[in-house]
Write a protein that binds this ligand. Structure first.
Ligand SMILES: [Zn+2]
Length: 85
């Protein structure tokens, strides 16, 4: 692939909210590459909404660890999705 168009459009290194959202569980479980972690951290500094969502996800994950459940209960998942939109 040869792509050297210096088009100043979207910066490919920045994640959208939707992308961050889809990566959150992996991120909080530390199952993503460092590059992705960095990008999510970057996004978080500019997006209070995702920061809020991330905090909620973290609580859920802590809850799961404590209860030793393996999956997020559907109800909680739905609530999180609603929180995001
Ligand atoms: Zn965001």
């Amino acid at each position: 692939m040869k792509e050297k168009n210096p088009r100043p459009q979207e910066k490919r290194s920045e994640l959208t909210c939707a992308e961050v959202r889809s990566l959150l569980f992996a991120y909080l479980d530390q199952e993503v590459e460092e590059r992705i972690i960095y990008q999510i951290e970057q996004h978080r500094t500019t997006c209070p909404n995702c920061t809020k969502v991330m905090r909620s996800y973290r609580l859920v994950i802590e809850y799961l660890r404590r209860t030793e459940e393996e999956e997020v209960p559907e109800e909680i998942h739905q609530r999180l999705l609603r929180l995001i939109d």
